[in-house]
Design a protein around this ligand. Sequence first.
Ligand code: THU
Length: 130
Amino acid sequence: MAYDYKLLMDKAKEASRNSYSPFSRFAVGACVLAKSGKLYMGCNVENSSFGMTICAERCAIFKAVSEGEREILAVAIYSPNSDDCNPCGACRQVMYEFQPDDTEIEIITENLGELNIRKLSEYLPYGFKI
Ligand code: THU
């Protein structure tokens, strides 16, 4: 489906400015479009106990779910420190949990100013769901 991909990416960029990443110095921002039409932004939040770190994508998804959303249509991801910043494996599985039955989640990344739009199944074929 066609969403306002540029708006989602602009919001992901905005979110990346709030990144708390003093350890990796790798900032990430994400913007989730929920089926309700609402947008949820998130950033990576690191911790002195490194394993407690949460990725930007999961931060944004959990914000959406905690506000009552259950279906996600698209996720934009941005890092000022990397071209085409792609979601980690854990975030792919979390996205899969909230993928609607009739639509694939679209993932938006940016490389040299160009938006890439890819389906979640390209990132995570045969995702796990109970
Ligand atoms: N990170 C994300 O926020 N999203 C990803 O998909 C990959 C990694 C964060 C976690 C950590 O704060 C930093 O990037 C370096 O791994």
